[in-house]
Design a protein around this ligand. Structure first.
Ligand SMILES: C[S@@+](CC[C@H](N)C(=O)[O-])C[C@H]1O[C@@H](n2cnc3c(N)ncnc32)[C@H](O)[C@@H]1O
Length: 539
């Protein structure tokens, strides 16, 4: 007997229905979830009663039983990922509520505030786990041919992005606001064919870079806003040659990668199979030289192409700006050095890192070494920034022997080794070893590429402190997967441009040993920086 709005059952009906539901649900579980160990009879009775009252079908009872994940039941991989997701979303929301930070809105432009939540390590870690779990779930469930084509078609997406970046779609859409703009109006401004342009924007909107607000009307997302030069669209459409001047630099960097790196990528296989370049470590054997048909290195290409050189420099300044200026202070326990200790910043550029050390540690004797033109620029910089600080700004090719009679406490090599292939690195590391005393430290500051699997070397007998990075919880990839992709991107870029590479910790260890140095510890820097510090001593 049933009333409107509520159900009334006689005892017999309850028993019959319970029993029926129980039988059906057990059958369903046996058929559909063969790997699941059997729930107890009491769990089944309780849940079947709940189902009966709620009007749930036996098939759904099976699913419900799984979701309640009794300790006796084995979880599926996607259920494990879902649990990680749920747990991490809880942690992220709690951390954001406590700090007053917002979880970013995909449809709002990037601002420093939109990323502020990452300053809290618990929130940052939770966000990484959520991304890694979601991507792994996607890899499990997306048809494998589609997954493969995410990568096969990578260069088509790059081509679409280049079209939008170079034709200033982001700036035009910024001016249109969140309601977006019809593709005909976008094309009218950037002088493109709307039927072609719309297809590229839609392709990117399918990956959350831009948003199709209504058919053929597009708006920016937080991701596309990263390409914004923040200049009026008319100005950069009329004067493309100065588009990147006085900008944050990420658009310049992306433009450089979508141009030179894109073209170099097209000839990677040819470079690896040509006997003249396949096993060479020469910078002139990099794919970029083949792509642009030049005999020299990438530097020579830039030397004869001013606009590309200018864009590259603006992009590099943008990358440098992402790195906290004071990160060098965490690279070594500088305060343990007695007053008068000599720190040599090898290939130190204009001395950006040394300026920080000179300010914080007035008693250190600092030497910045680089090639002649760079040292000229360094002199100008130090004269204006720290006119009263005694510093040695020295022209020194690091492939040559170091000046004799200098008792060096620390040789610092910041972002130098990744510019060179192994054979060249061994040459300059050997020169530094020849000039080292037994107590000299070598500090290499560079990125360290993580393995995509768990690294057992933390447990080996040598136990190098810091050698193994923080690893993601199982069943995630130990390196957190594609959310942590930037160091692999950088590695491939170093190959394309310089025939060099970013290295993993075992590779760095081997390189040091070949040049007479012994790896002692790794200082993993905090705060999202991609640079870490490797300390070595003479063997
Ligand atoms: C990527 S930059 C790093 C600069 C600096 N260490 C920093 O982190 O800001 C590499 C530096 O190595 C310098 N360099 C390249 N070849 C060199 C050589 N043979 N001898 C000395 N310096 C060199 C370059 O001029 C450049 O300043």
């Amino acid at each position: 007997m049933e009333h409107a709005g509520c159900r009334m059952f006689s005892e017999e009906v309850v028993f019959d229905r319970c029993f029926g539901v129980l039988l059906d649900a057990s059958g369903f579980l046996c058929q559909e979830f063969e790997t699941v160990s059997k729930p107890s009879i009491w769990e089944l009775i309780l849940l079947s009663l709940q189902c009966l009252v709620a009007g749930v079908q036996p098939k759904d009872l099976g699913t419900l039983l799984l979701s309640q994940s009794s300790p006796t039941m084995t979880s599926s991989p996607i259920r494990n990922l879902l649990n990680l997701l749920t747990d991490s979303v809880n942690k992220l929301e709690t951390a954001c509520n406590a700090s007053g930070c917002l979880i970013p809105d995909l449809h709002a432009p990037f601002t420093p505030a939109s990323e502020a939540f990452r300053a809290n390590p618990i929130a940052a870690e939770a966000a990484s786990i959520i991304c890694a779990a979601a991507l792994q779930m996607e890899a499990i469930l997306t048809p494998p041919n589609v997954s493969l084509y995410h990568v096969v078609a990578g260069h088509w997406k790059s081509a679409a992005l280049r079209v939008c970046l170079e034709s200033n779609v982001t700036e035009i859409l910024r001016e249109a606001g969140p309601g977006g703009l019809h593709v005909n109006d976008i094309a009218c401004k950037n002088k493109q064919d709307p039927r072609k342009l719309g297809r590229f924007i839609r392709y990117l909107a399918t990956h959350h870079i831009y948003r199709e607000v209504e058919p053929d009307v597009f708006a920016n997302t937080r991701i596309s806003s990263m390409m914004d030069t923040l200049k009026p669209s008319k100005e950069i459409i009329d004067h493309p040659e100065t588009k990147h001047e006085n900008t944050p630099g990420l658009a310049a960097l992306a433009s450089h990668h979508l141009d030179e790196a894109f073209k170099a990528s097209a000839v990677v296989w040819e470079t690896l199979t040509d006997p003249a370049t396949a096993f060479s470590g020469d910078p002139k054997a990099a794919p970029v030289s083949r792509a642009f048909n030049i005999q020299g290195s990438f530097w020579e290409l830039l030397g004869r192409d001013r606009p590309r050189a200018r864009r590259f420099n603006i992009g590099m300044q943008g990358v440098q700006a992402l790195e906290p200026v004071d990160a060098i202070l965490e690279a070594y326990d500088w305060k343990e050095l007695p007053g008068g200790s000599v720190v040599v910043d090898v290939g130190g550029g204009v001395g950006t890192a040394s300026l920080v050390l000179a300010r914080e540690f007035p008693d250190l004797e600092i030497v910045v070494q680089d090639l002649p033109g760079v040292i000229e620029d360094a002199k100008k910089l130090w004269a204006t920034t720290m006119p009263n600080r005694k510093v040695t700004l020295e022209v020194q090719d690091f492939f040559n022997p170091q000046p004799a009679k200098r008792d060096v406490s620390v040789f610092l090599l910041k972002q130098v080794t990744h510019d060179w292939s192994d054979e060249y690195c061994v040459k300059f590391l050997t020169q530094l070893r020849a000039a080292a005393q037994q107590n000299t430290k070598l500090i290499i500051v560079d990125s360290i590429v993580p393995f995509a699997c768990r690294d057992p070397s933390g447990d080996d007998n040598r136990g190098i402190p810091g050698a193994v990075p923080r690893e993601a919880p199982a069943p995630l990839l130990a390196n957190y997967g594609a959310v942590n992709e930037m160091s692999y991107n950088a590695d491939i870029a170093m190959f394309l441009f310089f025939n060099s590479q970013e290295r993993n910790i075992r590779h760095i260890d081997e390189l040091l040993l070949k040049a007479g140095w012994s790896l002692r510890m790794v200082r993993r820097q905090k705060g999202g920086t991609y640079l870490h510090s490797i300390e070595a001593t003479p063997i």
